[in-house]
Every structure is written in structure tokens, then in C-alpha cells.
Write a protein that binds this ligand. Structure first.
Ligand SMILES: C[S@@+](CC[C@H](N)C(=O)[O-])C[C@H]1O[C@@H](n2cnc3c(N)ncnc32)[C@H](O)[C@@H]1O
Length: 305
């Protein structure tokens, strides 16, 4: 039988999509399929092994949030996100499949971004981004261009500025890197190929984000910023503060890898910097969602009160 979920759909998203497919597959006996999403959640809740796994995951994440000094609001949003995650994935199952199909022609060595697709679709719907003309986006860290490709595909009137050194981050240069040297050296060429169809809508800045922010004019403002460059806290804090400055009031900022813990000292990882930033800017943003990515909406400018 044809696999309805191409290998391109990564990790957890793929597992959850397969669960949903099973739920609706009439060819399976009743015992092998679940009648509805609430039933699935109920089964999950009363399955001791799954419940234990869920509680263990939540406990570990909470501990990580405490160790990185997350503000109280983050804990609440995190729990909310855990409770609605299956529903969000279910809501966008067909769009994710359609997008996956469009990526078949791309040159990609990794598909990290695929795990975020349903989450982004949900946020874009919430903020009606596809109806907004002239969206200006900024991406710090583009790699082979998959996240930029997604944004330009979904928002046909949007433009994006992609900032990258195309030299990789610490984790790509490490000896045990999962990406490998070929992918690293080929990442810029892959980016160019993958975004070539969006001539005039994608601008490329080759250099560190720090250099990009130095080169920016004061008047340049964005509706959406995606922070996914260097994941060391020293760089993340600069990216956060400078991106926030460049974000319009009402604009969205998405931080990737909020729960990522690569550096041995927990406070060297992105969450520690993001949490400091959230505390500094308290009162100037609304927390939209917390999961593997943390999303905020800017509500006030530095000088507005
Ligand atoms: C995780 S990848 C980005 C993935 C991409 N957003 C996606 O989802 O397809 C991180 C990228 O950040 C870039 N990078 C690392 N340090 C940087 C820095 N200081 N300034 C700009 N880009 C950087 C790396 O070269 C790499 O391509």
C-alpha cells in the first residue's frame, strides 16, 4: 500500500499524522480505529503507559523552564500548547500533506522545518496573514531555504530578507554533526536553487546577523521575524533584542528551538536568552504560544509609553 505520509514529514508530525490516518481509515477493524478525536484523547488519558510518558515529558520540560528562568506566563502557555497540540495537527493535516508534496522538487539534505508546519499554519490563520498585503519578513538563519520557501509559498504577497553566513552554526560544525560536511558546504547553493522561483521576493544577506543589524537602516521594519540562526545564548539575545526593535507593533516574532539543549551548560542554550529577553520586554508583547517554538506578538514600541 502507498504510504500516505511521505518520509519527508519528519519526526513527531509524521507519527501524529499516522495516528490520525489510522483514526479515519475505514478499512481497519473497529478495534483498530478510533471514532473521533475526543475518543482518541480519552484513550490516551486512560492508557497508563502513555499517561506516564506524557507526564514525564511535561515534568522534564517544566524543569528545563525553571532552570532557564522562564517567566510565569510561559509555564501557562506551555501547558495550554500541550493540551491543544493534537487538535492543531489534526486541523492542518491536508495542508501539511499538500505542502510536503510541493517540497519534493527542492534540494534538501534536512527537513527540520517540517515539524513546525502545522503550528505556523495555525498562527497564520489566527492572524489572517494570508489576507494581509505586503508582508515583510525577516529570517535569521535560512540554511537550505525550507522555512523561507514555506512562507513565500503560503503568503503570495510577502517578501522575505534571509540572513545567513551559510557557514553553519556550532552544532553543524561539530564532529558528530547530523548534517555532515557536504550538506554544510552545499547549503548556500541549495538555498539559491530552492528560492530561485521567488525572484524579487527574497533578498539574501550573507553574513552574521550581527553584521546585518549593523547594516540596517533605522526605518526598516518587519511584520514577521523568524529567529533560527546561531543557537548560542550570546547570539540569541542579540538577535532577539535587535529583531524586536525592527518588528512593527502588531508584528510576530517566532523563536525556533526553544527547548533545544545542545550546550552542556543549560544557560548557554536559546531558552536562557529568550527568557531574559521576555523579562526585559515585559509589557511590550503578548505571548502567543510556547512549544518547540516560542511565538510573541509585539504590542508596544520602546518609546511608546
Ligand atoms: C537551523 S539552520 C536554519 C534552518 C532554516 N530556518 C529552516 O528551518 O529551514 C541555522 C542557520 O543559521 C546560520 N547561522 C549560524 N550562525 C549565524 C549567525 N551568527 N548569523 C547568521 N546566520 C547564522 C547557519 O549557517 C545555518 O544555516
Amino acid at each position: 500500500m502507498r504510504d500516505a505520509f511521505p518520509a519527508a514529514i519528519a519526526g513527531e508530525t509524521r507519527r501524529q499524522l499516522m495516528g490520525l490516518k489510522k483514526m479515519h481509515d475505514a478499512s481497519l477493524p473497529m478495534s483498530g480505529r478510533m471514532a473521533s478525536l475526543p475518543a482518541m484523547l480519552l484513550v490516551k488519558a486512560f492508557n497508563p503507559r502513555r499517561l506516564f510518558g506524557f507526564a514525564k515529558g511535561v515534568f522534564g520540560d517544566m524543569r528545563f523552564l525553571m532552570r532557564t528562568y522562564a517567566p510565569a506566563g510561559v509555564f501557562i502557555k506551555y501547558i495550554e500548547g500541550r493540551l491543544i497540540r493534537s487538535r492543531v495537527i489534526a486541523r492542518h493535516v491536508h495542508q501539511v500533506e499538500a505542502f510536503t508534496a510541493t517540497t519534493a522538487q527542492l534540494s534538501l539534505s534536512t527537513r527540520w522545518f517540517m515539524d513546525n508546519v502545522s503550528h505556523w499554519l495555525d498562527i497564520f490563520d489566527q492572524y489572517r496573514l494570508s489576507e494581509r498585503p505586503g508582508i515583510e519578513a525577516l529570517e535569521i538563519g535560512s540554511w537550505e531555504g525550507l522555512s523561507a520557501f514555506f512562507l513565500l509559498n503560503l503568503l503570495p504577497k510577502a517578501r522575505i530578507t534571509c540572513v545567513d553566513t551559510w557557514e553553519g552554526a556550532d552544532e553543524h560544525k561539530a564532529e558528530d554533526s547530523e548534517t555532515g560536511l557536504d550538506a554544510l558546504t552545499g547549503s548556500e547553493a541549495a538555498f539559491d536553487r530552492n528560492l530561485s522561483r521567488f525572484q524579487g521576493r527574497a533578498e539574501k544577506f550573507k553574513g552574521t546577523s550581527y553584521r546585518y543589524f549593523q547594516s540596517m537602516t533605522d526605518r526598516q521594519r518587519f511584520d514577521l521575524v523568524y529567529v533560527d540562526g546561531s543557537h548560542h545564548c550570546d547570539d540569541v539575545i542579540v538577535d532577539a533584542v535587535k529583531s524586536f526593535e525592527a518588528l512593527k507593533v502588531g508584528g510576530l516574532m517566532i523563536f525556533d528551538d526553544y527547548f533545544w539543549c545542545y550546550y552542556p551548560r543549560v544557560i548557554d542554550n536559546p531558552a536562557a536568552a529568550i527568557n531574559v529577553f521576555l523579562r526585559l520586554k515585559s509589557g511590550s508583547y503578548r505571548l502567543v504560544s510556547v512549544s518547540q517554538q516560542l511565538v510573541i506578538e509585539k504590542t508596544a514600541d520602546r518609546y511608546s509609553n
